[in-house]
Design a protein around this ligand. Sequence first.
Ligand code: 3PG
Length: 306
Amino acid sequence: MKVLIATQKPFAAVAVEGIKKILTDAGHQVDTLEKYAEQADFIKAVAPYDALIIRSDKVDTELLEAAHNLKIVVRAGAGVDNVDLQAASERKVVVMNTPGQNSNAVAELVIAMMIFMSRNQFNPSTGTEVMGKKLGIHGFGNIGRLVCEKAKGLGMQVFADPHYTPEKVRALGGEPVSSTEELYKNCDFVALHMPAKPETIKSIGYELLMGMPKGACIINAARKEVIDEEGLAKAFEERQDLKYATDIAPDNYELLKEKFGNRVFATPKKMGAQTAEANINAGLAAARQIADFFATGNNKFQVNKW
Ligand code: 3PG
């Protein structure tokens, strides 16, 4: 089978080597399309391939139309909001992700952003410490749980959103709360770890932010779409103490920076999963899943159904 690694933001070279080895040892042919400038370049390249390994690369109807031979797409990572799952199902293309494989890298970045914001983005003015502060985790999946563990190591008190059973939250070291509002009201930091879905898109906005304690900070290593950007700007106008750090620049980032300066921070490019370890873990898992799928039909990590 022909496999294309299509990554606008490439994996570390060592991960690409590992992916190629797994797939060529299994008798497949592997090509790469890295740092492509336009979606049109991806669409132009895709026709001969039976399988794709992607990151945040877009797999939409147009791309699927061009991918006549495609049988499987593996998103090396967690979020599949960049793949049109329905369009893939209609064409009987299996879509998988590699859950948990890049979680530690994202969790470490969240801790780093929390300290970075507490220390005023490393300017020499007096900052604060995270020890003893309250951290709310909104979305208590693979990443949220790792953030919980690391934050507890820093002496923080950690609360988890109410969609998880209190017993499960306690077992993982967190403290349960009874509502999302309470989570935001209670916590000095709230870290976002939910997927972008119709029910989460624009779900964090003015009301929740206005309920937060003085000096509170939102850390977003999830998706920019979960923030109601207008609501955030309005809350920031009214509350001079709120802060926002994100791994995915908001659409209105220039405006927010201009108005609110160092209260807002976005990484230049999404870098949560951009470590050699995460690239190796997620990339190699994707390669193994493809090899196994073609060898045995194993579809354990399939996220679309028909
Ligand atoms: C994910 O969903 O796994 C993360 O957002 C990482 O995305 P990336 O592979 O594009 O860095």
